[in-house]
Structures are given as structure tokens and as C-alpha cells.
Design a protein around this ligand. Structure first.
Ligand SMILES: Nc1ncnc2c1ncn2[C@@H]1O[C@H](COP(=O)(O)OP(=O)(O)OP(=O)(O)O)[C@@H](O)[C@H]1O
Ligand SMILES: [Mg+2]
Length: 262
């Protein structure tokens, strides 16, 4: 198994609920994500996307089934600093500046050389935060905080990148810019990437495979391959074949309702 491939087999995650039967957040979810692939996870709120991502990140344990990243338990990769994660909420350290928040994963692994300083500066520029290097999270907008979290996820040049709705708080224009930037980074590094998103357009633009989930219990409803050649230009968003694929994803998504408990 390649060092960057992700294998998810019949994974279950159950949450106890007082006075009720346990909630089946993930019900026998299986996915094989090849090394260097880009997967988008989409589905209604509460269908288990973040739960699945946390399992792949080694931050939680399944109640059944197995997960492997590069042939080992996810925690192994996480401990080696080869996993980059950006959560739904930016989760920055409030007492650290922008630069020091981006630097955090490198501090943990003890890297403080000139090359890493340069990489941090590049990443801050990449996410459009020049001039805010010394700002504290409280002095930033929600979208700016999210961009710091993305830069932080990339700073170790990880083998596996897990992004949980990283662009949700960004305006449409910036989102598009970040979509293109993320594609550029991915093409350069061949990082195995899993992106959780509520944006069908974003999923189809970025991914080579869109995994549509349904909720309660959390299951995979469909896996839709995206064939467009890369690099994909912004003009693709208006393309008829692109729209047709968006419709296909939407069809599966809305065919399964809103994800409310049955
Ligand atoms: N730690 C937890 N304890 C109890 N229930 C949980 C826990 N984490 C998640 N759940 C439940 O599991 C289900 C899936 O939650 P999850 O956060 O994975 O959804 P999601 O697909 O990421 O939704 P959203 O799009 O709103 O972020 C939900 O019903 C949620 O209430
Ligand atoms: Mg979530």
C-alpha cells in the first residue's frame, strides 16, 4: 500500500444518547483513496463528514471496521507530522500571532530553520495575509482566521491533507481564488487530499472523486468520478459538462432528503 493511500473499510462510529438508542454516525463506510488523489466529501449537515475526517486524522477511534493511512494506523502518520488538518472552526491559539499560529506544527516538531521561515512567509502570502503577520486571531475576520488555519495545515508539507469546510466562511471571490490555489498546491505536491464541503461547485472543480453521503445513519450514497483534465481553469465553472456533473451530484444529494432523522 502506498505511503499516502487511505483505506477505510466497513467503518462504524456510534454515539451514545441519553434515553435513546445510540446514534449511528457512520454505518459501514468503505472507501479506497489512492495516493495523490483528491476526494471531496459532500452531504447534508449531520451526515457524518467531520466524524469520518476525525477518524482518518486519528483523532477518534471507530467502533467497528478499520482505517489505514499508508498501511498504518492514522495516529502513526499524525505523530510523524505528515498529516495536515484544517477544521471547520479555525481553532487558532488566541495568544499567538498569524505567523506563530502558522508555525505551530513546526514548533511541535522542532523545526526553526531559515527554510521553514521562508515557507511560512510564502504560505502567508499564498492565503493573502501579507501585512497581518503580527496580528492576533481576535484582530482578524472569520475568513482571515480560516485562511491562517489553511496555511497552518500546509506548513509541514504533509503527505495527507484533511480539510473540513475550509472555505465556508470566505466570500465567493476569495473562495474561487483559494480553490485555484489549492489546486495549484495539490498539483505541485501530489498530497492525498480529502475536502469536506457544502459546495457542489467546489467539490466538482477540485476533486477527482466526489463522495456523496447521506445521514442518520451516515452512509455513502454515491461516488461520482470527475474526469476533467488539470489544471482546471476558472472558466470550467461555466462549462456544460461541468454543470451536468453538478446536477448529477445534486440529484443524489437531494434525492436523499435533508438528512433529518427518519
Ligand atoms: N462527539 C460526539 N458526541 C455525540 N454525537 C456526535 C459527536 N460528534 C458527532 N456526533 C453526531 O454525529 C452525527 C454526525 O456529525 P458530524 O459532525 O460528523 O456531521 P457533519 O456531516 O460534519 O455535519 P456538518 O455539515 O453540519 O458539519 C451528528 O448527528 C452529530 O450529532
Ligand atoms: Mg462537519
Amino acid at each position: 500500500m502506498s505511503a499516502r493511500a487511505i483505506r477505510i473499510e466497513a467503518v462504524e462510529r456510534r454515539f451514545e444518547r441519553a434515553g435513546q438508542s445510540p446514534l449511528l454516525a457512520l454505518d459501514r463506510v468503505s472507501l479506497d483513496l489512492p495516493a495523490g488523489s483528491f476526494t471531496a466529501l459532500i452531504g447534508p449537515s449531520g451526515c457524518g463528514k467531520s466524524t469520518l475526517l476525525r477518524l482518518v486524522a486519528g483523532l477518534d477511534e471507530p467502533d467497528g471496521g478499520t482505517l489505514q493511512v499508508g498501511g498504518a494506523a492514522p495516529r502513526v502518520l499524525q505523530r510523524q507530522g505528515r498529516l495536515g488538518i484544517a477544521f471547520q472552526d479555525a481553532s487558532l491559539l488566541p495568544w499567538r500571532s498569524v505567523v506563530d499560529n502558522v508555525r505551530l506544527p513546526l514548533d511541535i516538531t522542532g523545526q526553526r530553520d531559515a527554510a521553514s521561515r521562508e515557507r511560512i512567509a510564502d504560505l502567508v502570502a499564498l492565503v493573502g495575509l501579507q501585512g497581518f503577520e503580527g496580528a492576533l486571531p481576535a484582530q482578524l475576520s472569520g475568513g482571515m482566521r480560516q485562511r491562517v488555519a489553511i496555511a497552518r495545515a500546509l506548513v509541514t508539507e504533509p503527505d495527507v491533507l484533511l480539510l473540513d469546510e475550509p472555505f465556508g466562511a470566505l466570500d465567493q471571490i476569495l473562495r474561487r481564488t483559494m480553490n485555484v490555489e489549492l489546486q495549484r498546491i495539490w498539483l505541485r505536491r501530489a498530497t492525498t487530499t480529502v475536502l469536506v464541503t457544502h459546495g457542489i461547485d467546489e467539490a466538482v472543480f477540485l476533486a477527482d472523486r466526489v463522495v456523496v453521503m447521506q445521514g442518520h445513519p451516515g452512509r455513502i450514497a454515491a461516488v461520482i468520478d470527475v474526469p476533467f483534465a488539470r489544471p482546471r481553469p476558472l472558466a470550467l465553472f461555466g462549462d456544460a459538462a461541468f454543470r451536468a456533473l453538478e446536477d448529477e451530484v445534486a440529484g443524489v444529494l437531494y434525492g436523499h432528503g435533508t438528512g433529518a432523522p427518519a
